[in-house]
Ligand binder design. Sequence first.
Ligand SMILES: NC(=O)C1=CN([C@@H]2O[C@H](COP(=O)(O)OP(=O)(O)OC[C@H]3O[C@@H](n4cnc5c(N)ncnc54)[C@H](O)[C@@H]3O)[C@@H](O)[C@H]2O)C=CC1
Ligand SMILES: O=C(O)CCC(=O)C(=O)O
Length: 447
Amino acid sequence: MATRSELVETFMTTIRDRNPGEDAFLQAVEEVAEDVLTVEKANSAFAAARVLEQLTEPDRIITFRVVWEDDTGTLQINRGWRVQMSNAIGPYKGGLRFHPSVQPSILKFLAFEQVFKNALTGLPLGGGKGGADFDPKGRSEGEIMRFCQAFMAELAHHIGPDEDVPAGDINVGPREIGYLFGAYKKHHGLFQGALTGKGQAFGGSAMRVEATGYGLIYFVAAMLSEQGDLLEGQRIAISGKGNVATHAAEKAIVEGARVVTMSDTSGTVHCADGMDQDAVAWVRAQKAAGGDLSNPPKALGLTFHEGALPWQFEADIALPCATQNEMDAEAAKSAMAGGVKLIAEGANMPLTADALAAVEEAGILYAPGKATNAGGVAISGLEMSQNAHGQFSTAEEVDRALMRIMTQIHDTARDEGRAGGRINYRRGANIAGYRKVATAIAAFGVI
Ligand SMILES: NC(=O)C1=CN([C@@H]2O[C@H](COP(=O)(O)OP(=O)(O)OC[C@H]3O[C@@H](n4cnc5c(N)ncnc54)[C@H](O)[C@@H]3O)[C@@H](O)[C@H]2O)C=CC1
Ligand SMILES: O=C(O)CCC(=O)C(=O)O
């Protein structure tokens, strides 16, 4: 009988051959394969359906040209994509990212992760991801609007409330979703919930903006509670300055934790005593204005460290909330040397494979993004049902639902991940997400 690592190696050889050079995608697949291939092998229906192999091959990837005019009247050409990975348990669902680094390998890894994450929410959501290699940095409001409209002119052919429901991701927030939804509505002449993260004036859910960051903190609270510990008084190092980072910081402060860092590509702002909400609001305003964190007002009590990562400062908890592979093994070791005993991912796959190995070897608590940042897509799922029923929930109701869903994801990952007196949340999340999707795929027969 093949050992577990032989199983993974044989499987990954096929996947590598089929996806040469797609490093981020291969990294995400290998991490899941390590945990689920033995489950697949032990279940004859899953094995016969070759579920994991099916899930590594997107249902389709739509590629399109996006032509728009900049403020000087010059024609600009970008490339857009939508990776529709799996609709086994619901319509394709996942965000849109506008960033110059966007290309199919990145979107395939994000869409692959999204399949498992969405299954963990317990809602009927398939997995997808999309975006464009458009860089909004330095672009005017008019340019952003025209880009969004040109992007949607193509994407509108491929999405719809029962087909594929995009939302935001890096550089796609409420403003961009407004432009995208307006363009979708005009294209089809229909008012349909084909996007989530919409403004509440036109079908959006309360709390969608806050959901990913708040949900991350609810998940961390559940991890700590499992250890008989509390958030109150914990020093939390956060990376990033975007939607996830700032809402995680905001909620952590409300819960009595001390947020000691936030960051961007220019460096890290630090406050050993813990930032207040004014400091978080300033960080958020810098992101909105396209500025960096290099010059915090004195009154906020922040010190700026050019080029520094948050992981070189003392903390109890690390929440990487910026982007993929932002924390390498050296950074992870530095965080642990500085006192970090729990790492929970706000971003998608922010730890490199080596960082993950270092964290697991050290035996500290770790939870993967597909579990911890699922709050955003969960509230997107609730936005879809609110749109379908024409009935809207209050912020308090949505927040309660968010807490319930995050606690349920925590408990599911904990129960599947218990081994030898320890909890392996990575394994638990991978197996629980896989099982749900695999059961559906196996039921469909050969199709
Ligand atoms: N917005 C959402 O609801 C969800 C977002 N995520 C993930 O959270 C992460 C952050 O997304 P948002 O906060 O929504 O984006 P955002 O557009 O609001 O903020 C972008 C963040 O990414 C950082 N960033 C971007 N490129 C970077 C780079 N090359 N190096 C270092 N930092 C970089 C920025 O400093 C900023 O913190 C991403 O991994 C995203 O996929 C995950 C689940 C849901
Ligand atoms: O709400 C959504 O559909 C998008 C969420 C997302 O992109 C993510 O979970 O990474």
